[in-house]
Design a protein around this ligand. Structure first.
Ligand code: GLY
Ligand code: MN
Length: 435
């Protein structure tokens, strides 16, 4: 019997091997510099403490099984990352009512047990070197203790979740730089995809091309990439990505890189696979862009969050009216919502460490709240025509359009973070032809 996570076919360790493995290791302690996230994380902990005024504990979480003895790659809880800057598994940060904080960690495997060479999940020779308590303390500027010394339980409650989400709504300067980084890598990923399109190897190939950029420069993709050619674009979260690329069809690409500090971009573009839009595709694309323009125009501090969605939907409903598909006058469609048969979802969401960031915020602070400087959000109205929709002309069936921008709210309005990618139909064509 062993207490380590060994494999079912690992050879038993003899007493001689066990004794031998404990000897002869050189000192390899590191002296890391203070990470630039450290003062920001300290400020965030102080804000949480003053908002809640009681002791809290937030856990990084642990590994999730994928199949049999294989785990998913670990990704730490977003609140934990926000409060500590740490990304390692199994940690717990305890913040006292006065803001004093301790990070409880599973540190580097010691050399006086078999963990370091026997444990497949935590052993240094299996999974890589974890930081020592001293190293993490020096890097993140926080007191550290061994996880075994943590007493108590990490529980969650609605108030705590809401306060954390609401504190995360306004991004600090360091976070904005992270989001800019994520968007910049995402832009290069989109360029890679356009360069790979002429190979016509299908949606799955393009998913892989984007993922390669995400792994090369970032941590991963922030969500499964939606690589939707032809009628797949009418499925909002098409992630099977098993379709072909056909000349004359469109490709809807919704993808975002999660950077090394775990902030994600979330960008969508619609690309003509042949490089040129047909006249109908261009008109519908430009309708979508006009809706996006109208949404952007509303964005500034103090404006109700719901305004940009309303502005976008007014443009789209009028466009659907012009196409002759609405069953009633536009005003009535807007009132009853029947136009939503073709718009399906909201026009955006907050963005940050999570794709749908700050999701636990109370409605009064998010959906029914107002925009503030340094909010970061997506604007992504779209129109979707299902291939089996008998109420629309055949030429519309099986098309989906969405342009999604990542936006920073500034003191006087907004800045498009994703402006490294083309926006108009003409600019999309010119960009594709240049690449
Ligand atoms: N881009 C994926 C989403 O917003 O749900
Ligand atoms: Mn989105």
């Amino acid at each position: 019997m062993t207490k380590f996570r060994t494999g079912s076919h690992d050879f038993p360790v003899t007493d001689q091997l066990s004794a031998f493995m404990r000897t002869g290791w050189l000192d390899s302690t590191l002296e890391p510099a203070l990470d630039d996230v450290a003062p920001w994380a300290a400020r965030r902990r102080a804000r949480v403490a003053s908002a809640l005024g009681r002791r809290i504990a937030v856990a990084a979480g642990t590994f999730k099984q994928r199949a049999n003895d294989q785990d998913y790659r670990f990704r730490a809880d977003s609140n934990y990352v926000w409060l500590t800057g740490d990304q390692s598994s199994d940690g717990v940060v305890v913040i006292e009512a006065d803001g004093e904080s301790t990070l409880y960690l599973r540190p580097r495997s010691p050399r006086d047990t078999g963990e370091f060479y026997q444990d497949r999940r935590y052993g240094e020779l299996w999974a890589g070197r974890r930081a020592t308590l001293g190293e993490t303390s020096a890097r993140l500027g926080i007191a550290t203790r061994h996880l075994d010394a943590f007493e108590g339980e990490v529980t969650s409650d609605d108030e705590f979740e809401a306060v954390l989400s609401e504190l995360r709504l306004v991004k600090d300067e360091w976070e904005i730089a992270q989001l800019e980084d994520a968007v910049a890598i995402t832009t290069r990923g989109f360029e890679d995809v356009v360069r790979a399109m002429p190979q016509r190897l299908g949606e799955r190939h393009l998913e892989g091309v984007f993922w390669q950029r995400a792994r090369l420069e970032g941590n991963d993709v922030g969500y499964h990439s939606i690589v939707a050619s032809g009628a797949h674009a009418a499925t909002l979260h098409w992630i099977d990505n098993d379709g072909p690329l056909r000349d004359g069809d469109l490709l809807l690409l919704d993808a975002g890189v999660e950077n090394r500090n775990l902030y994600t971009a979330d960008v969508t573009r619609v690309l003509p696979i042949s490089g040129r839009f047909t006249p109908l595709q261009r008109d519908l694309y430009e309708l979508c862009r006009a809706a996006n323009d109208a949404a952007l125009e509303t964005l500034k501090p103090g404006r109700p969050y719901r305004d940009f969605h309303r502005a976008a939907m007014t443009v789209l409903a009028n466009g659907l009216g012009d196409l002759g598909v609405l069953p009633c006058p536009v005003e009535e469609a807007l009132q009853t919502g029947v136009y939503r048969r073709w718009t399906l979802c909201g026009s955006g969401h907050m963005l940050g460490l999570d794709l749908h960031d700050c999701g636990k915020a109370r409605a009064s602070e998010y959906l029914d709240g107002t925009l503030a400087e340094n909010h970061v959000l997506t604007v992504e109205p779209g129109i979707y025509f299902q291939p089996d929709d008998g109420l629309i002309p055949p030429e519309l069936r099986g098309m989906g359009f969405r342009i999604e921008e990542d936006i920073l709210i500034t003191s006087s309005g907004y800045r498009i973070l994703s402006d490294g990618l083309p926006r108009t139909a003409a600019d999309v064509e010119a960009w594709m032809s240049k690449l």
